[in-house]
Design a binder for this molecule. Structure first.
Ligand SMILES: NC(=O)c1ccc[n+]([C@@H]2O[C@H](COP(=O)([O-])OP(=O)(O)OC[C@H]3O[C@@H](n4cnc5c(N)ncnc54)[C@H](OP(=O)(O)O)[C@@H]3O)[C@@H](O)[C@H]2O)c1
Length: 247
């Protein structure tokens, strides 16, 4: 399962916790080099220390800042010489009913989950096209397939991520072996429920995660699977849930 991963350079946004952090561990264990981005540099530096400076680098930046995303990707290429893949993973999940009118959270969710992904594509695509290879991996969600009553904005961003990824997949045909993968997890045990602040909703989401969230290694293994395919195989979608998650 880990073939074709050794010496690949993988850029990861949102690598300071949860899915991004755990995936970095699995990638380095499989022989890859990882460029880690997030706002909490102390967490990234701790992960670099764990993985080894010969395998990992850290970059502090906010994905809602286009210049910061460009600088992160440029820095990764300068450090590691190439970019084989980018995991567009940074995200927030401020679930709340629309009637609560939490407009700052609407803005933040769209800025991080959609604009952040677009800025990542804008930064890395020219490099991948120049190289003639590359794989973009996007993190949607079960919420990118199924709408729920407190998830209007979050679901919109995760449906949107799938639309962006599928459009990209079609656009880059004919530009060498560029590949596009959408990963849609169900409830996975990370810091994500902490981004649900709305009273009542927070407690409900934490309760659901306590009940059935699965370890982040489930996600990391799906990334490894998608990245380990030979160049002519493009894994476009992976949707998975905890076995006990109904919707
Ligand atoms: N866990 C789940 O159940 C689940 C299910 C489906 C989809 N997802 C998706 O998986 C992705 C990763 O989430 P997670 O579950 O691993 O949650 P997490 O533990 O909260 O991690 C979120 C990551 O995103 C980063 N981030 C947030 N805002 C950012 C910003 N403005 N700029 C740069 N980085 C930012 C955080 O780093 P800093 O705070 O250090 O910046 C952190 O590293 C998200 O896109 C989420 O929607 C998660």
């Amino acid at each position: 399962m880990t073939e074709n991963i050794k010496d690949k350079v993988v850029v990861i946004t949102g690598a300071s916790s949860g899915l991004g952090e755990e995936t970095a561990r699995h990638l380095v264990a499989s022989g890859a080099k990882v460029a880690l981005g997030a706002r909490r540099l102390d967490k990234l530096n701790a992960l670099v220390a764990e993985l080894g400076v010969e395998n990992a680098s850290a970059f502090e930046g906010d994905v809602t800042n286009r210049e910061a995303v460009e600088a992160f990707v440029t820095d990764a290429r300068a450090k590691w010489g190439k970019i084989d893949a980018m995991l567009h993973n940074a995200g927030v999940m401020p679930l709340a009913p629309l009637a609560m009118k939490r407009t700052d959270e609407w803005d933040r969710c769209i800025d991080v989950n959609l604009k952040g992904v677009l800025y990542g594509i804008g930064a890395v695509l020219p490099i991948m096209q120049e190289q003639g290879y590359g794989q973009n991996l996007f993190v949607s969600s079960v919420a990118g397939h199924v709408v729920n009553p407190v998830g209007a904005v979050y679901c919109a961003t995760k449906f949107g991520v799938r639309a962006i990824a599928e459009s990209l997949r079609q656009e880059v045909k004919g530009h060498g072996p560029l590949r596009t993968t959408i990963l849609s997890p169900g409830a996975v045990d990370t810091e994500l429920p902490g981004s649900v602040k709305a009273e009542g909703v927070h407690e409900a989401v934490v309760g659901l995660y306590d009940q059935y969230a699965i370890p982040a290694s489930s996600f990391a293994r799906s990334v490894i699977f998608a990245l380990s395919q030979p160049a002519e195989v493009d894994i476009n979608e992976i949707l998975f849930r905890p076995t006990s998650q109904e919707r």
